[in-house]
Design a protein. Sequence first.
Lengths: 120, 286
Amino acid sequence: MSKYLMNKFLYTVDRDPELVERYREDPRGTVEWWEAERANVILNVPAAEKSSWLKLSDDEREALATHDYPALFGLGAHPFLTLTLCIAMFERDHAEPLGFQLEYAQRLSHYTMPYPDIAT
Amino acid sequence: MATVAAVIASTHHPFYYKASTSTGAERPPFADEWVAKITSFRETLTRANADVLVLVGSDHFHQLWLDNMPQFLVGKAPFYDANWYNEEREFGLPKMFFTGQEDLSAHILRDGLDAGFDLAFSNELRIDHSVTCPMITLRPEADLPIVPIYTNIFAPPLPQPKRYVQLGTMIREVVESWPSDKRVAIIGTGHLSLELGGPRQFGPHGPDPEFDRKAVEWIASGDIEKALGEVSLESLWEPGNATHGFLDFMLMMGVAGAGEKADYVDSLDLFHTMEAYFTWYPKGIK
């Protein structure tokens, strides 16, 4: 399990406009590319000094590859990161203000307190 | 020595800028009431005649990240760029630019370290909406030099609530020992009950109106003891999964002081969170 790496994916995609679009259009391909090429690059450190051990678990990879944000919530991804990136990708598909945000809440409605642990 | 001219605690709502500047069909029905409340709140800072602003907020995974996460960080830079691409994208926030009060940053770091707070620092900090929102609401001219202070309310493990209060107390004492004749306003923003990215998000009110009612009472009356008695790192999950932002309100209660009643209190029930605004004048108003 790597909550940290799920969060790192969400964080690094969310801050890059090109990656936001790429992930919207090709989630599985983006996740596969990112895990192979970017997952181990320590942010703000030259790529040659990258880490050697970071890897998504199968359920984490599948949740990211299918835009399955309820599953990401269940796996303990940071809810702020997941929400922010999903708004960037999907709010545009909803005509009503907050339409996507309310659908998002509805799709998570089977979760009750205490929520999955987000500590990394 | 410097004078603490005002202590101000507020929620920071990134949608205020868009709501307040929109017109016609774009303008939400609650915008006029919100603008009226903010205009009144802004006057409380204007009346303080501050020369310098110390701004307490929390980075929302913009510059501070899980590979290197400070609990408490003081910006020490001559200038600060502000707001990020994803805040422009989601909230319509403009890019901003501030001058730093670097000698006060240095003073807070030195005396804060000596007072037992192992503060992190940053010499190049791009600040986010936790700091720019109060600038937009309280000082839209953005013409006063600042010292930004970031707390971690976001990425567990967090310090205990009493530590935020103690940090606030320390900030107040250290600002008052700054060898300067300047008038300093200490402004901090946080949240009442709030859910983001969870099943209770974006409801017609905040996720826990009862918590909000109690929290406003604690802050307005300066009842640090009661707040510390009822709030724990564990209990803050209950009112909403982003309610740890309340820790910055507790910090500001530490700045204002135990038992110090706020001179100005206002709130506004919005569609997914309660806004709340507090001002103290430790030395009165001239």
